[in-house]
Design a protein around this ligand. Structure first.
Ligand code: FE2
Length: 367
């Protein structure tokens, strides 16, 4: 059962065809020419358009193009009293479903209309499915965009929390680092200055942020074990006795003992333990050599020496940056990792990346 638009200038055909097609349950509307057919096309949708070709005014071929534009699912069948190969070819080329010479036998017309209706039904169904699929995809896109936005917001919130947690951790470690140095005013700021140097070296070496974060914590706490050494030994302006020096040499292990159980995701405890190891095995506490020493500890060793030499000590004045760089250059490949020495020379040539510590200079002025 289909909606059929019949376009023909012959009144007889307009009268008999609806009766014929009505037998199959089709609903038929008639138009006498192309303008009237266009009106019908604009007013409602059609499954099948049966049109004569030669009529007064525009032809059925002209109607064909308009019909496709207005009702793309409709099937067009052309009828003509003056059949020719040329018109048939043109009609089919323009997308007509069939081309029937008049007079058309009733049976033939019913069969052709049935087929055309089926074809229109399939086209409509196809279009309906495509539309449903398009809407479904559109819905999915909206859902995906919404979820993506939600996930991004969540990630942003998590990142903020994580940044805040890192900041608190670093601030806590730094506060502890400062607190340690209260006991030993002559080296006040040493760990923080070493941290600045070590971070500058790590950055120059292209280390990623996570690695730098653990280096920073280790650097801020690297002399933690000195808490076990009596303050008067640390601050002693004269040369240390062998026993006193032995006590001081225990500080990397003491620091490691405190930090190692804290279960940092990075090797903070080991970095601290190895910061006095030297490339040729002459360091302490374990006499490790070359690659046995963590790169972080090799960086820390260079930063520690440069800072110590460039700063004032109870038993001597500051030796200055040039002397510090000269010292590590001399020890390059023997005591210090050449890669770290090279990085230090490049990074620190024009000065060290920290302000003079006000506490340290005040103390020096008073001493
Ligand atoms: Fe140390």
């Amino acid at each position: 059962m289909a909606k059929v638009l019949l376009v023909d200038d012959e009144e007889g055909i307009r009268r008999t065809t609806p009766i014929l097609l009505g037998q199959d349950g089709h609903q038929v509307r008639t138009a006498r020419d192309v303008p009237e057919a266009l009106e019908a096309l604009q007013e409602e949708d059609w499954d099948v358009i049966l049109t004569d070709i030669v009529m007064p005014g525009p032809s059925g071929i002209d109607l064909l193009a308009e019909a496709h534009r207005l009702r793309p699912h409709a099937t067009v069948v052309l009828l003509t009293g003056q059949p020719s190969i040329e018109t048939a070819t043109e009609a089919l080329r323009q997308g007509a479903h069939d081309y029937l010479p008049k007079p058309v036998r009733g049976e033939t017309l019913r069969r052709v209309v049935r087929q055309a209706a089926e074809r229109a039904g399939l086209r409509k169904e196809n279009a309906r499915l495509e539309e449903a699929q398009r809407r479904h995809l559109q819905d999915l896109e909206v859902q995906i965009a919404t979820r993506t936005r939600e996930i991004r917001d969540l990630m942003d919130a998590l990142q903020k929390r994580l940044d805040e947690t890192h900041r608190i951790l670093e601030a806590t470690v730094e506060a502890f680092s400062r607190a340690m140095e209260l006991r030993d005013p002559y080296t006040a700021g040493h760990q923080r200055r070493v941290t600045r140097l070590a971070m500058a070296l790590g950055t120059a070496l292209g280390w990623p942020p996570d690695r730098l974060r653990f280096l920073k914590i280790a650097a801020l706490l690297h002399d933690l074990g000195k808490l076990k050494v009596p303050a008067e030994i640390l601050a002693k302006p004269s040369r240390l006795s062998a026993a006193e020096f032995a006590l001081i040499r225990q500080h990397p292990v003491s620091g490691w003992e405190v930090i190692a159980p804290l279960d940092f995701a990075g090797p903070v405890g080991l970095i601290v333990r190895q910061h006095h190891e030297r490339l040729d095995g002459s360091g302490y506490p374990d006499g490790l050599k070359g690659d046995q020493i963590l790169p972080e500890s090799r960086v820390l060793a260079v930063a520690d020496v440069v800072e110590a030499m460039a700063s004032h000590r109870p038993y001597r004045p500051a030796l200055g940056l040039d002397a510090a760089l000269e010292e590590i250059r001399r020890g390059s490949g023997v005591l210090y990792d050449p890669e770290m020495v090279q990085a230090a020379e490049t990074t620190f040539r024009s000065g060290l990346p920290f302000e003079e510590d006000p506490t340290a200079s005040a103390l020096r002025a008073g001493s």
